[in-house]
Design a protein around this ligand. Structure first.
Ligand code: SAM
Length: 259
């Protein structure tokens, strides 16, 4: 199975949101002139207050995931569809012991690696041996074969997917979960963390942004679960033993950490 790499452009949009709101010192470097130009065009017609609301809500989702990650205390992280998220960079700069393997389509990984290399040259980040960027289509399956040069079987491992599953139809989503399940089985202690939005972007501006995204990426948004009970049943049905669920009313998301 193959993913749709036109979705890659959404990674820049999220980087722009983080850079605009100054969430971290790295996101600004992942925003291209082209996306800045597009944003300026949108800002001319869209009320600032509404754009702010969308940006803050999306950023909060990352912060809420960060909290779940901190509580799980992994020593090894595999982030699927990492985009230009600064999480891997932030964590490995702070902690040289955590192994962080970021994956996305090759177009995103190559660009991200190039930008990180130039940040190293400029002295803005330190080169870290525990930070790896690996091109990987999340739908190609057999993750372990591709990732094993970077993985250690004895580490407490967390696989993360932040805003990936909403791009996948039911068959693709089932395929992804099967591949993750196989990967988790390779470690002594491991879990998968993701989320399900219970509300799409609302309002006219939200609908317009989704329309724009869907036209450019030739994609659409899918929901896989109506609520916590459906999430529980789905993962129990696939043999997962520990299912931790939480809900965020502020970001309209259900989070699941399963193993
Ligand atoms: C909305 S962005 C989110 C990026 C990142 N998780 C973040 O929070 O900043 C969606 C990401 O999913 C990636 N993506 C979508 N389908 C994928 C697939 N089949 N394999 C790998 N990456 C995929 C895109 O390339 C893009 O980087």
């Amino acid at each position: 199975m193959k993913g749709n790499d036109k979705i890659a452009f959404t990674a820049e949009a999220i980087a722009l949101m983080r850079a605009e709101k100054g969430t971290d010192k790295y996101s600004q470097y992942f925003v291209s002139e082209d996306i800045k130009k597009k944003f300026r065009r949108i800002s001319r017609v869209a009320p600032k207050r509404l754009l702010d609301k969308i940006f803050v809500k999306r950023i909060r989702l990352s912060f809420e995931l960060d909290k779940i990650i901190r509580d799980y205390r992994p020593t090894q992280i595999v982030e699927l569809a990492c985009g230009y998220s600064p999480r891997g960079l932030i964590l490995t700069q702070k902690n040289p012991k955590i192994a962080y393997i970021e994956t996305d389509f090759s177009s995103v990984i190559e660009k991200k690696q190039e930008i990180i290399n130039s940040l190293v040259k400029m002295g803005k980040v330190k080169k870290r041996k525990n930070h790896h960027l690996v091109p990987l289509d999340s739908l190609e399956g057999n993750f372990f074969e591709k990732l094993k040069p970077f993985l250690s079987k004895n580490k407490k491992t967390l696989v993360i997917a932040e805003t990936l599953t909403s791009y996948l139809n039911e068959e693709e989503h089932n395929h992804l979960v099967k591949s993750i399940e196989k990967l988790l089985g390779k470690f002594k202690e491991s879990a998968y963390l993701s989320h399900e939005s219970n509300k799409m972007l609302s309002g006219v501006l939200g609908k317009l942004l989704l329309f724009y995204r869907d036209r450019v990426a030739k994609t659409r948004s899918y929901k896989h679960f109506k609520g916590k009970e459906e999430i529980r049943k789905y993962f129990e049905g696939r043999g997962f033993k520990v299912i931790r669920l939480s809900e965020s009313k502020r970001t309209n998301n259900f989070f699941y950490l399963v193993s």
